[in-house]
Design a binder for this molecule. Structure first.
Ligand code: SF4
Length: 352
């Protein structure tokens, strides 16, 4: 492959999410949540050598064999350093000796404290030192990871081709899918890697999203990617050349675990409801989730980028309080406050 070809493959710029892409994304997430087992999350980093270099719009996490055990463990993202440490579920260990040398002491302390706080570790004091153990062995809880790139309008593709080529080349997720509302032509298909699946998404015709009317036509099935082999990730583009990193299979496996954990803790209901009287949140019984629908704009709106007193339709009234975390508990397998694992002590410092 020539340098020019590599540059064409990997040239990219920061991702911009337009307002209509935001509405599209939330409606797709609501549809997928109702349609698939496991968990849905949005806007998560999916690069390894350059953290944050690639953000996937939507991640679907399929359940693995021990999914139920993960549900019972904690509702939060478990820090990867805590999972990778030598802290096990049996004998408690002095925490400073449980983290490898390459883990910076500050990072190790943060991970230990956080793991205790969210109930993955339990701690005890002995002779002025903190000893920790896992409350339960970290479970094999996730299966396939499917990444979805939303591009409702293929007439404004942005960096779509380079992003999808990066996803295929790195192969961090098991499948990559392009979701669009546009009519997909042969020319569109020829411009993206053969491994990328393509969905045409049909949304309801009415101004209101209620009830949620999302249908998906599978134009092309995705090809499974070699997640257990090394991948190639672009780093920086310069005139005439692109720096790339070869990411080994071990680093990819750890990155997949981090991705699954972040998806678990975060989910996709990460938006705010606008503090504006014009916002009329949708009924979750109709749309699967409380979506921030604006009567004035006639669409789902992103409060973080669009709403405020400078908006011509702004109405200085209290919005309706909505508990999106409680909604996640009722609408998905995720549990806000799992009971944790009850353990039986079999010796002075041994637990089963
Ligand atoms: S601030 Fe504007 S866009 Fe946001 S909810 Fe109010 S009227 Fe709608």
């Amino acid at each position: 492959m020539t340098e020019r070809q590599i540059q064409q493959l990997f040239s990219s710029a920061p991702l911009t999410v337009t307002v209509s892409e935001f509405a599209f994304e939330l409606e797709v997430c609501a549809h997928l949540e109702a349609d698939r087992p496991g968990l849905i999350a949005r806007q998560l980093g999916a690069s390894v050598a350059d953290p944050g270099g690639r953000i996937l719009d939507v991640i679907c996490v399929d359940p693995g064999p021990a999914f139920e055990k993960r549900l019972a463990l904690t509702s939060e993202t478990i820090p990867d350093a805590a999972i990778a440490s030598n802290v096990g579920p049996g004998r408690a260990r002095y925490w400073k000796r449980a983290f490898p040398d390459e883990c910076h002491p500050k990072q190790a302390r943060r991970a230990m404290e956080r793991a205790c706080e969210i109930g993955f570790f339990e701690r005890e004091r002995r002779n002025g030192r903190t000893y920790v153990r896992q409350v339960a062995r970290y479970p094999d809880w996730y299966g396939r990871l499917v990444g979805i790139e939303n591009k409702p309008d293929l007439g404004r593709p942005g960096d779509l081709e380079a992003q999808l080529r990066t996803d295929v080349s790195l192969a961090l997720v098991d499948e990559v899918i392009l979701a669009t509302e546009s009519y997909v032509t042969r020319a569109h298909l020829n411009r993206i890697p053969d491994e990328v699946g393509v969905w045409r998404v049909h949304r309801g015709e009415s101004d209101s999203p209620q009830p949620l009317e999302v249908d998906i036509d599978v134009i092309r099935e995705p090809t499974p990617l070699p997640t257990d082999e090394p991948g190639i990730e672009p780093l920086e583009s310069h005139p005439g050349r692109t720096e790339i990193a070869v990411v080994d299979a071990g680093a990819k496996a750890r990155a997949r675990r981090r991705l699954a954990e972040r998806a678990y803790g975060k989910g996709w209901r990460t938006y705010d409801l606008p503090a504006c009287g014009a916002c009329s949140p949708t009924d979750p019984n109709e749309t699967g989730a409380t979506l921030p629908y604006c009567q004035w704009a006639g669409e789902i709106v992103d409060a973080g980028s669009r709403c405020g007193p400078s908006c011509p339709g702004y109405d200085d009234a209290d919005g309706e309080p909505v508990d999106l975390e409680a909604e996640r508990t009722t609408q998905t397998p995720w549990r806000a406050n799992p009971a944790g694992r009850q353990r039986r002590q079999s010796g002075l410092d041994q637990f089963e």
